[in-house]
Design a protein around this ligand. Structure first.
Ligand code: BGC
Length: 254
């Protein structure tokens, strides 16, 4: 029987579904992170099968927390930007619980990464307005004021340069437009200025794949607030989802 403080954390992303067993007291991933390709098209049935396969690979029998790349309210997906449109209205918690036969709690993926950063990472102990941005297939956001999350912010969908921002500054936009880190960094700096005018953050934490390259573009940032990388490798989404699930079930902080 797994320890009460161990939760399987899974991060459902636009290109991969990955996870590991998390100790929610220390925020450490106790196992290797396992990853399966996100099926294409990423329909509910196909993603649920992959989710169940990943749970099996961990030989897991306990609570699961999952990050999901959409607005999630009470376990139900309310948007579908980088996943199949048929997800809108689906009770993701119920679907994932059914296919795995285990209790599952689902949270927006960027909110999960934000929870990890605020609990175990660069945001720990920070009051004021802290904004976590995940840079991947899309741009996700998590906004904390004095440590309290405003869930389901979608700052990657702010109107910016004739479209939504993530079409211009996500990692997939960088690859699509074949940008050097220098060129992408200058683009991202403009987005940071836009966010600065709207939300006056005290601290911005960058998470997701592109944050590992932070040193390649950090000197291009000209904003007057601090911007730091999350330094949680690619584990933040899984760690935060696990912590979220544990908190939801136990209705308390650790
Ligand atoms: C979605 C967000 C998600 C982000 C990162 C966006 O396209 O709308 O809900 O957090 O991508 O996956």
């Amino acid at each position: 029987m797994a320890s009460d403080h161990h939760v399987l954390g899974i991060d459902v992303g636009g290109s991969g579904i990955k996870g590991g067993i998390i100790d929610v007291q220390s925020g450490q991933m106790l196992t290797d992170r396992l990853r399966l390709e996100t099926p294409k098209p990423a329909t509910p049935a196909a993603v649920a099968d992959t989710f169940a396969a990943l749970v099996k690979m961990h030989n897991w029998d306990g609570l699961i927390g999952s990050g999901f790349p959409a607005i999630v309210k009470n376990g139900v997906a309310r948007s579908a930007a980088n996943i199949d449109k048929s997800w809108v209205g689906v009770n993701v918690e119920k679907l994932f619980s059914e296919v795995s036969g285990l209790p599952v709690k689902v949270v927006n993926d960027a909110d999960a990464a934000g929870i990890a950063a605020m609990t175990f990472g660069a945001g720990k102990g920070h009051d004021g307005v802290v904004l976590i941005l995940t840079i991947g297939t899309g741009i996700g956001s998590a906004l904390f004021t004095d440590g309290i999350l405003t869930p389901n912010t979608e700052f990657g969908h702010l109107f910016f340069y004739e479209d939504i921002a993530e079409k211009y500054v996500s990692d997939s936009a960088r690859k699509r437009d074949n940008l050097s880190w220098n060129d992408w960094g200058m683009r991202f700096d403009k987005f940071l200025h836009h966010l600065g005018r709207l939300f006056s953050p005290d601290l911005v934490i960058l998470s997701g794949g592109a944050s590992k390259q932070f040193d390649s573009y950090k000197d291009l940032f000209t904003v007057d607030f601090e911007v730091v990388p999350s330094m949680m490798l690619n584990h933040a989404g899984s760690i935060g989802a696990a912590y979220y699930a544990w908190q939801s079930v136990h209705s308390k902080s650790i």
